[in-house]
Design a protein around this ligand. Structure first.
Ligand SMILES: [Fe+2]
Length: 211
């Protein structure tokens, strides 16, 4: 498997290129907000893009789609997300050459948030960052995010976590690392404590020296 994290502009956004090394078929995840930074990597690796996948509909993750709709990518590209394009459902599996992509619906940050698992790597979008989690706008959304995080935390501890932004102390981590160090994940046994931390996050960060 070829797997590359790409700094794609915006607010420390990350795009991802996943490809099957045998067939050279590839998928781009969140090639936004600056698609030109992403296309440079695609051209260098001589990968044929088959899918463009969005972890959620926020513009900094999906705004680059229009660029890829306009340019000639070789064979037709399929756009995959929980929004207006190919609707994906929880548990959907797709073949990418000899690789298998698995989709996990993780609503909360947005209703259409998904995580993508390939081998032992999990692309988490804005659901989970290194040491942090995605923002929510209501208690109801926070409850959904709480349940979604519980779902992905059941994956094996050595599953790698590849987030949608570089907000943490390192570019990627693992489920095991998040279980022992992420203050939100440590509160997944009690929704009120989880919600308290969301509401008091700025103060908590200041008191604990978190940037
Ligand atoms: Fe977002």
């Amino acid at each position: 498997m070829f797997f590359k994290q790409i700094e794609s502009g915006g607010d420390r956004n990350y795009a991802y290129l996943i490809a099957c090394e045998e067939t050279k078929e590839g998928a781009l995840v969140d090639p936004s907000p600056d698609p030109l930074k992403v296309i440079k990597v695609v051209n260098k690796e001589e990968v044929e893009i088959k899918y463009i996948i969005n972890t959620h509909s926020h513009f900094d993750h999906s705004g680059g789609n229009d660029y890829f709709r306009r340019i000639e990518m070789g064979k037709p590209v399929t756009f995959i997300n929980c929004g207006e394009d190919t609707k994906i459902t929880d548990g959907l599996v797709l073949n990418l050459g000899k690789l298998i992509l698995e989709f996990i619906h993780t609503p909360g940050h947005t209703a259409d948030s998904i995580c993508i698992k390939v081998k032992n790597k999990l692309i988490t979008g804005d659901t989970l960052f290194v040491g942090k989690i995605g923002g929510t706008y209501s208690e109801e959304d926070a409850r959904m995010e709480f349940e979604s995080l519980k779902k992905i935390m059941k994956l094996p501890p050595d599953t790698e976590v590849w987030p949608g932004h570089n907000y943490g102390i390192k570019p990627s981590s693992s489920i095991g690392f998040e279980l022992t160090s992420n203050p939100f994940i440590k509160r997944l046994s009690n929704f009120n404590e989880f919600l308290w931390l969301k509401k008091n996050w700025i103060q908590y960060k200041y008191e604990h020296g978190i940037k």
